[in-house]
Design a protein around this ligand. Structure first.
Ligand code: LLP
Length: 421
């Protein structure tokens, strides 16, 4: 559920009319609903109620400082995957002991940064990384709390580019090698194993792969405990999918996902962490764009928008579907017509949707891309020297620009022409 609804035929974000925001901010822009973000966090928090738990929002989905602060104020932890995300979490006021550091290739600088300012745990992904962290922590005279991300060799049945739990993927340590790795951790200085980590992929629309992975983690917990390791925490990753195509997708509910967690690891008495990103931010955000031109092509109509693949890359990168709706609702009985919805970038890949039914639209009309709050703004680029588009947060009847559009002067000022040229 989200808070983007038509009121008197005009799409609103909570109590604010989207055309009103567009008049102030200009298009295109990202638009987030605070009430939806809060609701999605609460849904996860409740799904794990009764268990000792921490919902660590996967900041990679949307790392705007305002979004992080809003969630942190509700008690969320953060899952970060780079020094940049770690700095964002700290800048938004997240306490270090609520920050989990994931990622396949944490550098020594990133380890030092996190150990100096506070960290809940590092999720280790390889033996070389484990040895590097042991060294860095020892140099600093501290002990780094760690889990090992195990690769359970489970097929997440999602898009190949975002599946992570099969043995051919670059992620984690094969679960069969976990015992020797935990034994090495126990022998190394500067490391303290606190738990096990797993994450099998993103946009999962079936609970069975989660169940299979969590069962393997539960069995491993018993084995490692028998080996004498103190396993007090299980980080079960993120990955629960959202309905991108509302007309025909019904992914599992967070409460059912919580039930799978209870059934698979509930008996172990561990603190449970989860790392949802998409489900918290995805349907809490829209991308709003204007029609520049309607172009009649050979047997098809192209709706050319002022937003492009550099602003929202998911359709061209993953063939992802986003529902696209007019901001001003069509009158009842108006015929929908198929449109190819495209941006102005000079690539055929800059196509958001093909033969998508929309009411007739004209230059200047606004459209909204749904489910754009996660992996939207964070994956944007300035390709074609198009400025990053602003981000706006609505809360009830007010809104604020939470990242402004850069000026062209600012963009150009980042480049330097060497004096010898
Ligand atoms: N934890 C780890 C270790 C992850 O790698 C990810 C996502 C998450 C948590 C959060 O997963 P979520 O709950 O958001 O599914 N750019 C792609 C998605 C990449 C996901 C990468 N890892 C997209 O636009 O679909």
């Amino acid at each position: 559920m989200d808070h983007f609804l038509y009121k008197d035929g005009v799409l609103h974000a909570e109590d604010v009319s989207i055309p009103d925001i567009a008049r102030v901010v200009g298009t295109p822009f990202y638009l987030y609903s605070a009430a939806t973000l809060r609701r999605h966090f609460e849904v996860f928090d409740q799904a794990l109620s009764g268990m000792d738990h921490l919902v660590c929002y996967a900041m990679k989905a949307n790392s705007n400082l305002a979004v992080i602060k809003l969630l942190s104020d509700m008690g969320a932890g953060m899952d970060v995957v780079s020094g940049g995300e770690y700095r964002r979490a700290i800048a938004a006021g997240v306490p270090g002991d609520r920050i989990v550091f994931s990622g396949v290739g944490k550098t020594r600088e990133e380890m030092r940064l996190a150990l100096t300012h506070g960290i809940r745990q590092f999720n280790l992904e390889s033996e070389p990384e484990m040895r590097a962290l042991s060294q860095v922590a020892s140099e600093l005279g501290v002990e780094a709390p760690v889990t090992v991300r195990v690769n359970p060799d489970v097929d997440a049945k999602t898009h190949a580019k975002i599946a992570t739990g099969k043995s051919e993927n670059k992620f984690g340590i094969p679960i069969a090698r976990a015992r020797e790795v935990y034994a090495e951790i126990a022998a190394l200085p500067g490391l303290r194993a606190v738990g096990i980590d797993v994450h099998i992929g993103s946009q999962l629309t079936d609970l069975a792969p989660f169940r299979a992975a969590f069962e393997k983690v539960a069995a491993l917990t018993e084995v490692l405990r028998a080996d004498g390791h103190e396993i007090i925490r299980l980080d079960l990753g993120g990955g629960l999918g959202i309905p991108y195509e509302r007309s025909n997708e019904v992914p599992p509910l967070p409460s059912d996902y919580g039930q799978v967690i209870r059934e698979t690891v509930g008996h172990l008495g561990c603190e449970v962490e989860i790392e949802p990103g998409r489900l918290i931010a995805g349907n809490a955000g829209l991308m709003v764009a204007s029609v520049i031109y309607l172009k009649h092509g050979e047997g098809r109509d192209f709706l050319i928008l002022d937003a492009a693949m550099n602003d929202l890359v998911r359709p061209s990168m993953y063939d992802a579907h986003h529902d696209i709706v007019p901001v001003i609702e069509a009158d009842v009985g108006v015929d929908q017509v198929p449109h190819d919805i495209v941006g102005p970038v000079c690539e055929t890949g800059d196509t958001f949707a093909k033969a998508r039914n929309l009411p007739p639209l004209k230059d200047g009309d606004l459209v909204a891309f749904r489910s754009a709050g996660a992996y939207g703004a964070v994956m944007a680029s300035e390709y074609n020297s198009r400025p990053l588009i602003p981000e706006v947060l609505v809360d009830g009847d007010h809104f604020a620009v939470i990242r402004r559009r850069p000026t062209f002067d600012e963009m150009l000022a980042r480049d330097e022409i060497p004096e010898w040229l």
